[in-house]
Design a binder for this molecule. Structure first.
Ligand code: ADP
Ligand code: MG
Ligand code: ZN
Length: 490
């Protein structure tokens, strides 16, 4: 049986991101923002964030500043007036029976983020809006019919960011997720730890024939605990929807989950009708006014962001595109790199050591790039190691051995070289002696070389280096070896 040529489909994806703003206190009260995984439940709560009647919320100015920073980083227009509204629904994690959020008048609108595609090109992804709200409490289902509620999360400042449906694949969604996460980390407003739920990314996904402009019915994937799973879930959901259409079915508007084990999305909840939240302006809060001066003051103290940093690495430090891209992708890596350069390291050499040896060692231990700050090699020590190579005290192979030791046990490279006798032999008499030994032990090879077989010199070189236990400047040995061989011609 032949199957007719299938239509070509493309994915259409818009992301909804919820980022907790890691301020000292909550959005509308003075309770501390705590790490939920490290704090006993219901110990960071008060009358306001647990919805007692008669209390009054107060807007956290720092949370607004953080939100403005993110809005600016996403090239948004910051609105001079925005309005908090009540989003009404009933759920045990929402003690007031409504969530305070921004609806018709969000803080930031009409932005974009340039994402980095695998082929090195950039693509512009529209940002529809970014608005402030408060996080809900956390339900903990015990599985025996009992559920517990932890109100420590209730009222933590939350920034919701909504993109235009401009993403076309799981990889693009991943590129967006990584870039956005890096920006939040650069701005120090969010740790980016999706496994702890402080950052959540929910893709809305539909597919359509390539070339069509329509937006078809979408599904939404919730509860993704990593960017990788967001990307894989998106790709799998695109495939699922294509299969549905190809077999003559239709896609329903529904919420799906990600089954990591089966690498499939699974149905969670069918949306039968649009939710009616009966939004109305929060009567207990004033209109949020943001002056141009305030926005300018915030813009002036923002740190250098990944794209600007990359341009600087290319122009001022002459790094190549690849190295620059990798180094700025994580704030912690960029910091390590810049500390090393400030300590006198040559930018290109430092970049090579980080992306080569240090990443190799970190990968071996499955460390995330952002964990570079916790390894036992300090940037200054890396520079010291590079210095030993530059001054010809050790060669590159020995340096790789030393970096392994520094990573495993810590310590200064010079001390390690000294303690383990790894310093390179530069005494010419010793080198000559090793060469003489090697030539005496391999008369046949020497004869072949004298008969014109040049490549034998590689073998002889290996023999000399073996006698020297690898601890010599290869260049210097090669020169002396060539001289020794030439002398035999006479
Ligand atoms: P809601 O308010 O119901 O969550 P929105 O219209 O605000 O819905 O869209 C939420 C997200 O879904 C946005 O990121 C948007 O780009 C995306 N989106 C909307 N329609 C589609 C569609 N048909 N296919 C894919 N993504 C979509
Ligand atoms: Mg929504
Ligand atoms: Zn509180």
């Amino acid at each position: 049986m032949t199957v007719s040529q299938a239509t070509d489909y493309e994915g259409v994806i818009g992301l909804e991101i919820h980022a907790e703003l890691q301020t000292a206190t909550k959005m509308f009260c003075r309770c501390p923002v705590v790490d939920l995984t490290a704090t006993p439940p219901n110990t960071a709560i008060c009358e306001i964030c647990t919805g007692y009647p008669g209390v009054l919320p107060v807007i956290n100015q720092r949370a607004v500043e953080y939100a403005i920073m993110v809005g600016l980083a996403l090239n948004c227009e910051i609105r001079p007036y925005s309005i908090f509204a009540r989003k009404n629904y009933f759920y045990p994690d929402l003690p007031k029976g409504y969530q305070i959020s921004q609806y018709e008048y969000p803080l930031a609108v009409n932005g974009y983020l340039m994402i980095d595609l695998a082929d090195g090109r950039q693509k512009r992804i529209g940002i529809r809006r970014a608005h402030l709200e408060e996080d809900t409490a956390k339900n903990i289902h015990l599985g025996d019919g009992t559920s517990l509620v932890d109100y420590n999360r209730s009222g933590i400042p939350l920034l919701e960011i909504v993109t235009e449906p401009d993403l076309r694949s799981g990889e693009e969604a991943e590129a967006f997720g990584r870039k956005l996460r890096a920006i939040l980390q650069y701005l120090e407003v969010n740790s980016g730890d999706m496994s702890k739920g402080v950052l959540r990314m929910e893709p809305n996904i539909s597919v359509r024939p390539v070339g069509a402009n329509e937006l078809r019915t979408r599904t939404e994937i919730k509860n993704l605990n990593s960017i990788r799973n967001m990307s894989r879930g998106t790709a799998a959901e695109i495939e699922r929807q294509i299969t549905v259409y190809e077999s003559g079915g239709s896609v329903n508007q529904e919420t799906r989950g990600w089954d990591e084990h089966r690498q499939k999305t699974v149905l969670q909840r069918v949306k039968e009708s649009a939710d009616d939240y009966r939004y109305f302006p929060e009567p207990d809060l004033p209109v949020l006014e943001v002056s141009e001066e305030w926005v300018d003051a915030i813009a002036a103290k923002m740190p250098e962001l990944p794209d600007a940093k990359r341009s600087r690495y290319l122009a001022a430090l002459q790094l190549n595109e690849y190295d620059a891209g990798v180094l700025v992708a994580d704030r912690a890596i960029a910091e390590f790199f810049e500390t090393a350069v400030a300590a006198g390291g040559d930018p290109k050499t430092v970049a090579n050591w980080i992306t080569g040896q240090i990443f190799r060692l970190m990968n071996k231990d499955s460390l995330e790039r952002e964990e570079i700050g916790s390894i036992s090699i300090q940037p200054e020590q890396l520079v010291a190691l590079i210095g030993l190579v530059d001054r010809n005290l050790i060669n590159n192979n020995t340096a790789k051995q030393v970096v392994d030791i520094m990573y495993a046990e810590g310590g200064d490279p010079a001390d390690i070289v000294e303690a383990r006798g790894l310093a390179q032999e530069s005494d010419e008499a010793v080198l000559q002696e090793a060469i003489a030994q090697a030539l005496a032990a391999n008369p046949d090879e020497v004869q072949r070389w004298l008969d014109g077989e040049e490549k034998v010199s590689k073998f002889l070189m290996g023999q000399v280096m073996r006698i020297l236990k690898g601890k010599a400047d290869a260049q210097q040995v090669q020169t002396l070896l060539n001289e020794a061989l030439e002398n035999r011609r006479a």
